[in-house]
Design a protein around this ligand. Structure first.
Ligand code: LMR
Length: 394
């Protein structure tokens, strides 16, 4: 049987981890996978996470199963974090999932169960795994224009024009904040226009929010999601705790299905739990328990928010530093967009050839589409990257 297997395409982001590790150069710079790193290149365990783990270790008396939906305290805490009071709790079905990717996968499966003809509209570009999972599930993905390669901002007119081609029941996948890979985001006026279009055409919004707190702040980053959640009749939201709690390997996510019709909630909830059961039975608990412990304890929550804010401000400083250095070297504002982008990533908007040249000549690793992880920089490497960008002829 195994001889019939075909090699699957390697994930471009994950392949970079190996390539970087194998590069013997001392001065190499890793701007690949979306993992936060501090100024010393470490991905630290947050203080609040350590404290929560200690509390769990001291107080936990059993490792028996939770429930198919995971711990309700986790879901409640995350719903509050992502949605605030935008939607009544009784209108939200929610299950814990293994990471944000687990939530994305379950959301697509729910779409397929509910409407096998639904297509999923994805931004061009989007996180490559969105497209890969859709392909794996045999769901048709349709791209809509998103990134303007001239301004490096959002091509909003192109986006709206392309979304007009979506039909009733199609799903529109949006990034809640800190768009991956571009770093270019919708403003509130644009969110409202997208909402109006989706409602007028009977489209179902699905929001992937994996970087809340990395852009303009915890509340600010949730504005778009909350607008959608309170204005659209049905919404899917996949939230990740990997980045903002720094618990990547604990695989901690939440899938929410919102309906303005409270009667639908019980069925949504039961269907999401059924999907968990089919795929992996009970969702992992350790990460979810850390998050719930932090979110339901005022002191821990305040400490976590402060740590996250420091991370966010550090990345903004690096963005500004890089934009300033490029301004100094080129004497132009051509790279000013780097300071305008938000989140962990910026798409430089250059060719795969120049990305490869920067890797070969300068040991700078970014994803082939020219996505840079800003958190991979520090004050010493900012000038090196800026010089490489200019020397390579970007
Ligand atoms: C990324 O985009 O680099 C992260 O979301 C990590 C991943 O799984 O691809």
């Amino acid at each position: 049987m195994f001889e019939t297997l075909k090699a699957q395409p390697a994930d471009k982001i994950l392949a970079l981890i190996t390539a970087f590790r194998e590069d013997p150069r001392d001065n190499k710079i890793d701007l690949g996978v979306g993992v936060y790193k501090d100024a010393t290149g470490l991905t630290p365990v947050m203080r609040s996470v350590k404290a929560a783990e200690q509390k769990i270790w001291e107080e936990q008396t059993t490792k028996a199963y939770t429930g198919l939906a995971g711990d309700p305290l986790y879901a409640d805490g995350m719903i509050q974090l992502v949605l605030g009071n935008a939607v009544a709790r009784g209108n939200i079905g929610a299950v814990a999932t293994p990471g944000g990717t687990g939530a994305v996968r379950q959301a697509f499966e729910l779409v397929q169960m509910a409407n096998p003809n639904a297509r999923v509209f994805v931004s061009d570009p989007t996180w490559p795994n969105h497209v890969s999972i859709l392909k794996y599930l045999n769901i048709e993905a349709v791209s809509y224009r998103y990134f303007d390669r001239e301004t490096r901002g959002v091509n909003f007119d192109g986006m709206m024009e392309d979304l007009k081609a979506a039909k009733k029941g199609d799903v529109v996948l949006l990034h809640g904040c800190c768009h991956n890979p571009t770093g270019a985001n919708l403003n509130p006026v644009q969110w409202q226009e997208v909402i109006d279009l989706m409602n007028a055409q009977g489209l179902i919004p699905m929001i992937d929010i994996a970087y809340q707190g990395f852009g303009d702040g915890l509340e600010e980053d949730a504005k778009g999601v909350r607008m959608v959640a309170s204005n659209c009749p049905e919404v899917l939201i996949a939230a990740s705790c990997s980045k903002n709690f720094g618990i990547y390997r604990e695989r901690t996510g939440l899938l929410m299905a919102i309906s303005q019709d409270a009667g639908a909630q019980a069925l949504n909830q039961a269907t999401l739990a059924f999907l968990n059961r089919q795929n992996y039975s009970f969702p992992p608990d350790h990460g979810a328990r850390i998050v719930a412990t932090i979110l339901h304890d005022d002191a821990l929550r305040a400490d976590w928010a402060a740590e996250l804010e420091a991370v966010r401000l550090g990345m903004l400083d690096l963005r500004q530093g890089l934009a300033n250095e490029l301004q100094r070297l080129t004497g132009s504002d051509r790279f000013g967009f780097l300071a305008q982008h938000r989140g962990m990533f910026s798409l430089l908007g250059t060719t795969p050839e120049l990305v490869e040249k920067m890797r070969a000549d300068y040991g700078i690793y970014m994803v082939g589409d020219s996505r840079m992880n800003i958190a991979g920089l520090n004050t010493q490497t900012v000038p090196l990257l800026a010089k490489a960008i200019v020397d390579a002829g970007v």
